[in-house]
Ligand binder design. Structure first.
Ligand SMILES: Nc1ncnc2c1ncn2[C@@H]1O[C@H](COP(=O)(O)OP(=O)(O)OP(=O)(O)O)[C@@H](O)[C@H]1O
Ligand SMILES: [Mg+2]
Length: 271
């Protein structure tokens, strides 16, 4: 069965202000999509809306996973349905250790019908898997004993997100600037790890301003967001054009979207 994440004419508002204005995007499992666009154009908003973040109000359109209505599901049901997002700014959870968090999350995602309080993945099995994944990602084991993202450096947070991805193995993954703040070696490792984890099995949406993550994860499609809409879709060559040349050509080609984009960033600047 083909497995699909399908976004149709999605409109999203934050605090009553429209941000997304009709996004259409379909991702099949096994495909890699790059999402690019200027700062403030709505990329993270799209990810947050897919994940069901309460501040992002869907005012129109639909999101379906394998034909089921994602918008009817709460955030944990979305995770169980197989959608995952590595956040641009991950939250910290003081008091909850990485290992415990991952064991709960992995159990829930792998057994979508599990009831609260039923058995978790057996400790021994989980430990072994976690240890393997951490060594693959060249992470210190000590990391798993720390509280989730509490006092993590920027780079450590991003690597923790990749560890989550590796442990949860979702059907669809949104990686929101997982390369930002990583040093040169770490970004290379992240890029390779995503390719290994994702392989042909996941549908991946990579939000990025750079080329490194895309080096090992060649996008089948590149989308450009501007003014809350995807204005253009192409192949890997479009990604190359954007991270070398910027958005001047896109702004000139889509003046209406460019005007909306300018409006948004002006508001951002004066806010
Ligand atoms: N929680 C929020 N509260 C207020 N405004 C928000 C919120 N989330 C998004 N916005 C606004 O929505 C617009 C789009 O933001 P978004 O984070 O989606 O941009 P982006 O494309 O991810 O940008 P970047 O490349 O800088 O990460 C911006 O004007 C932003 O200020
Ligand atoms: Mg963003």
């Amino acid at each position: 069965m083909s497995e699909t994440l399908k976004i149709t004419d999605l409109h999203v508002a934050v605090e009553g202000k429209p941000i997304l204005r009709g996004v259409n995007l379909t991702i099949q499992r096994g495909e890699t999509h790059a999402l690019m666009g200027p700062n403030g154009s709505g990329k993270s908003t799209l990810g947050n809306a897919i994940m069901g973040h309460p501040s992002y109000e869907v005012t129109g359109g639909s999101i379906e996973i394998d034909g089921a209505d994602l918008l009817e599901m709460d955030a944990s049901e979305r995770a169980r349905a197989g959608v995952f997002m590595a956040f641009q700014r991950p939250m910290s959870i003081p008091g909850v250790k990485m290992a415990d968090f991952l064991r709960h999350a992995a159990t829930n995602v792998r057994n979508p019908n599990r009831k609260e309080g039923e058995d978790l993945i057996p400790m021994r099995e989980f430990r072994r898997e976690l240890k393997d994944k951490m060594s693959q990602l060249r992470m210190d084991e000590e990391f798993a004993r720390r509280y989730v993202n509490d006092g993590f450096s920027g780079g450590e947070m991003k690597r923790a997100e990749i560890l989550q991805l590796a442990m949860l193995r979702p059907k669809f993954a949104i990686l929101d600037e997982t390369d930002s703040g990583l040093d040169v070696d770490a970004v290379k490792l992240a890029s390779q790890s995503i390719a290994e984890i994702g392989g042909a099995e996941m549908g991946i949406l990579i939000i990025t301003h750079h080329d490194k993550l895309l080096e090992n994860n060649t996008p089948n499609f590149t989308h450009v967001m501007m003014g809350g809409r995807i204005v253009e879709t192409g192949g890997v060559e479009l990604a190359r054009e954007l991270y070398t040349e910027g958005y001047d050509r896109i702004r000139a080609a889509y003046p209406e979207a460019a005007a909306l984009d300018a409006e948004l960033s002006e508001e951002q600047a004066t806010a």
